[in-house]
Design a protein around this ligand. Structure first.
Ligand SMILES: *Cc1c(COP(=O)(O)O)cnc(C)c1O
Length: 606
């Protein structure tokens, strides 16, 4: 939604309440939370949980399924406190649980899980984790240790004997089905996770000998993340169901089937089988899922298991957005003056110049390709010392002039040309900290300006961050139907800030992000529109001191070293005492400053 003034609006969950104006919100919080910020909409977590449970509930009824559904939240998708709190608050009515893979995650889950809700413990387990999980069952908590590898089995058996506590166990099966999409390697028989049929038989034998076969309650599989094709998912579930059936027929008292994560987010919004989209709706997903499981269980007259999912991405992706200001623009399409820069240009430059300035029978695109080739030859000559700086400037000017003519003639610029001519918008953020998947796996997120949406964008841009890394950029964007290499943006002006929003970033980006160039966590502004009168809540991001300390520096030691330097300078009369004092103050002030760029404000004295 867009306001009359071209501001981006977020719909309220209450039809009678007004929408939230994101531009005004940013202005309101900016004195306390300067750019960049993460906006966290916790009511959207409530919304996604509600949709999930409603969809499963209808599918259960439609399939006449004789058991229930419950979800668990995989902590690795977003560990942040506000997210986990929202999951707890809004998941309580459904008995929503947690999925954990490490000791640290188990500790969070043991503190936050509702009494009696499931804690699915995946991942490689060490003795401490196993002891903690077993003892927690005495509290009435329900940690289920999912056996992922053979080496865990004797460990679990030994610790269970040592403590005299029976474990609650699941088993992760390795499927032969391979998913399409980005995470192809996660599934399939070559996957690093899960147990083969042969290994499952070994677990069966070991548990039986230890009289713990009755503890094995759950079959688990995780087919991969962001699964774009429903048919793949159904093939995987079918395979997993046959594992379930076979184990029950062997006398294992299974009662839960855990279908893992993988429910996709349609980042592109196109409903296709592209890896950043998905070709199914939630209802189609739950209906096929329940239909498939019911049919297989009925065929073998096996009681229907409690169905468990571990959907992470689909639960939290929508709840966060990154907002940053544009600091500067590197323009490509400067208005070109067509005066030759030298009276005596290199002959190649002359040819190029004529190509740009004289009528020519070539088609526009041939002319452009020809110009690029000539320009590259001039670059080569420049490298050899055979062309001057003026030659090089003329060559670049000629190419720009041709592009400008193409644009004036209304020739649509193809994607390659747009990329070549794109302006670079420098955003006050770090890709590596806030959008690591853009760098790591070419993830696409919707990017849009927060303001001026009532004006047509006139510039094709790519977006760069402020790290000193040439990979710190976004040059793939979501277009009307596919991917485009530039983003349409407005010209920026020096007197009003220009904000860009990157949406659907709530899954995987935050803890995966790193401190490249020592840019730290951004400030987080959380809003719960379910409670329209609540004020936005600000959690401060990292200061310079915070990020320096992650690298094991002692800030006092840094102070001492710098102070030493100042003393020496005073001793050598390079610096007055007063200047040294100012410098020290500035050094100290920087320690407590935000790691991102601040706007220039003149200071009165000093
Ligand atoms: C990562 C992970 C999930 C979450 O997957 P999504 O694609 O985010 O739903 C669930 N289960 C396991 C075992 C995982 O490793």
């Amino acid at each position: 939604m867009i306001s009359n003034h071209g501001h981006l609006l977020l719909k309220s969950p209450h039809p009678e309440s007004p929408p939230l104006n994101l531009y005004h919100l940013i202005q309101q919080v900016s004195p306390h939370a300067p750019m960049p910020i993460i906006l966290r909409f916790t009511h959207l977590i409530k919304d996604s949980l509600q949709r999930l449970y409603t969809a499963f509930e209808s599918a259960i009824q439609a399939a006449n399924y004789q058991n229930g559904y419950v979800g668990v939240y995989p902590l690795k998708v977003n560990h942040q406190h506000q997210v986990v709190e929202a999951i707890c608050r809004y998941g309580e009515t459904y008995g929503h649980g947690f999925e954990v893979g490490t000791k640290a995650e188990l500790n969070i889950a043991l503190a936050y899980a509702h009494q009696g809700s499931l804690i699915i413990v995946n991942g490689y387990k060490d003795p401490t984790l196993i002891r903690l999980a077993l003892r927690a069952t005495q509290l009435g908590m329900v940690p289920i240790l999912v056996i992922e590898s053979l080496y865990e089995v004797p460990l679990i058996i030994a610790i269970s004997k040592e403590l005299g506590i029976k474990p609650r166990l699941g088993i992760r099966v390795k499927l032969a089905t391979k998913p399409s999409g980005h995470w192809q390697q996660t599934g399939g028989i070559r996957s690093v996770f899960g147990l083969t049929a042969l290994q499952i038989q070994s677990v069966y034998t070991q548990l039986k000998e230890a009289h713990l076969l009755d503890c094995l309650e759950l079959v688990h599989f995780h087919f991969g993340s962001q699964l774009p094709m429903l048919s793949d998912i159904i093939t995987a579930v079918t395979e997993a169901c046959h594992f379930y059936v076979a184990l029950v027929q062997q006398g294992v008292p299974l009662r839960m089937m855990d279908i893992g994560g993988g429910l996709a987010v349609d980042y592109m919004g196109h409903q296709t089988s592209h890896s950043m989209s998905k070709n199914y709706t939630l209802t189609e997903f739950t209906t096929s899922m329940l239909g498939t499981i019911t049919a297989i269980m009925n065929r073998y007259t096996i009681p229907h298991p409690l169905l468990i999912s571990e959907f992470g991405r689909a639960t939290v992706a929508a709840s966060s957005a990154l907002i940053f200001n544009v600091l500067d623009v590197n323009q490509q399409q400067v208005a070109t003056t067509l005066n030759p820069m030298t009276d005596n240009p290199h002959p190649l430059v002359n040819t190029l110049w004529q190509l740009a300035n004289e009528p020519n029978p070539m088609s526009d695109s041939t002319r452009y390709q020809e110009a690029l080739s000539l320009r590259d030859q001039v670059y080569q000559l420049f490298r050899q010392g055979d062309a001057t700086l003026a030659d090089r400037t003329m060559a670049e000017t000629a190419v720009l002039s041709i592009v400008n003519q193409l644009k004036q003639d209304g020739v649509p610029l193809n994607d390659a040309l747009q990329r070549e001519m794109a302006d670079v918008y420098y955003g006050n953020f770090s890709i590596f900290q806030s959008l690591p998947d853009v760098w790591a796996i070419d993830q696409l997120f919707p990017v849009i300006p927060i303001q001026q949406l009532h004006e047509s964008p006139t510039i094709n841009a790519i977006v760069s961050d402020i790290t000193c890394d040439c990979d710190g950029k976004m040059d793939q964007f979501i277009g009307q139907s596919g991917i485009r290499s530039t983003l349409p943006l407005h010209p920026i002006s020096s007197d009003t800030p220009y904000y860009l929003g990157v949406f659907l970033i709530g899954a995987y980006q935050e803890t995966l992000g790193d401190l490249h160039n020592l840019f730290g966590d951004p400030h987080v502004v959380s809003i719960d529109m379910d409670h329209p009168n609540d004020r936005p809540h600000i959690t401060h991001g990292d200061t310079v001191r915070d990020v320096i300390q992650y690298c094991r520096y002692d800030s006092q030691d840094l102070f001492n070293r710098f102070n030493q330097r100042l003393r020496q300078a005073i001793d050598h009369q390079q610096l007055s005492k007063q200047s040294a004092q100012h410098l020290m103050q500035l050094y100290a002030h920087t320690f407590v400053d935000y790691t991102y760029n601040r706007p220039y404000k003149p200071i009165a004295s000093g």
